[in-house]
Ligand binder design. Structure first.
Ligand code: SF4
Length: 66
């Protein structure tokens, strides 16, 4: 299975008018749920953590409700 961007023309982005780099600023995939690797596990992990809201569990409220 593959995917082709409608703005791609032989590796050139017709939307941004620069060589296609999926996920770059202005790319339609930038605000998507897809994550683009930087090539560094640690950098990817930091970016992922910054993107996801931290879910905190209020254990006191949870205990009181039961
Ligand atoms: S940069 Fe994004 S919008 Fe442009 S051609 Fe590549 S995938 Fe498509």
């Amino acid at each position: 299975m593959g995917w082709t961007c409608q703005h791609d023309y032989n590796g050139y982005c017709k939307l941004i008018k620069k060589p296609c780099v999926p996920g770059m600023k202005g790319c339609i995939l930038k605000s998507s749920e897809y994550i683009f690797s930087t090539g560094s596990y640690e950098e990817d992990k930091k970016a992922q953590e910054a993107k996801e809201p931290k879910e905190e569990i209020d254990f006191c409220a949870l205990a009181r409700s039961n």
